[in-house]
Design a binder for this molecule. Sequence first.
Ligand code: IPM
Ligand code: MN
Length: 354
Amino acid sequence: MSKVYDIAYIPGDGIGEEVVREGLKVLDAAESVWGFRTKREAMPYGAEHFLKTGETMPDEAFDRLRDMNAVLLGAIGDPRIEVGKLEFAIIAGMRFKLDLFVNLRPIKLFDSRLCPLKDKGPNDVDMIICRENTEGAYAGIYGHLRKGTPDEVAHQSMIYTRKGVERIIRYAFERAMHRPRKKVTLIDKANALRSQDIWTRTFAEVASEYPSIETDHAYIDAACMWMVKNPEWFDVAVCPNLFGDIITDLGAMIQGGMGVAASGNLHPGKVSMFEPIHGSAPKYKGQNKANPVATIMAISMMLDYLGETEAAAGVEQVVADLIREGTIRSLSAGVHKTDEVGDMVVNALKATRA
Ligand code: IPM
Ligand code: MN
């Protein structure tokens, strides 16, 4: 009997609906090629739902997600709504309430023509960033004093727990064990943010349990520089939440842009959430212009997480081949139609069936 996975999907705002539609089309094709099944449940959360009901994402929805194997998220964000309100309630909501402590962001270049760096190719840009996803500057500890007056004070605290730091570092080392280069780089700013010495110490302790893994260190400012100058130095990198947010946008650019960058928000063994890194791009909404490749890559990551590793690798291979051979000419919005790219991937997947 084939396996059945319970998948929730939240198309969200802007181009979310269109890219998720194409992602699920690719999932259908992968199911028929590799012989597993999914049971899917749509969830309506996002701007329209909020404007209609006043509800962002209710507790029952998080409870429902706990019974699922995985969640696919399109995009959240709408200019009609206060900046950050929905993002915090839905994206950060899932990360925190489902304790998705790993934000896994692969940075892999499929073809040199997508890379803005001179003389760099697929062999130079192939790394994974393990971004801590449940604490740091995102912990929600902030406030204002005398708000709106000339004497206003605002503060936001970054917090790191020993448990939180250790589990993401350990995750990075475990990933590195399964990669040929076996190297983990710690990215922090412990020279200026002295509390981050908890990262330095924890990293050294965990590293001592993995003698076969090479270790390296870079402060976040230098890491930004090295990632542009010598991306080949990175294999697996681990970093606090905010630095991971920033450096993975830089990483997305050297792998071909937001049109291809995907991420997994994981709690190994529990329901995990997969999403393209790009935003909701409201100006392209409903025009069939958005590029769904990042969402399709999120589907590949989801399949890998579910243990459908052949299907995951198959989807990635098909996308890489379509890009390399030039069938997918560009990852920018408007070059191909959204559904056209979905069809290309589906047809190529079906052709891989012996
Ligand atoms: C990301 C996004 C989010 C983040 C926003 C939308 C809250 O930029 O997933 O990288 O800062 O984590
Ligand atoms: Mn970001």
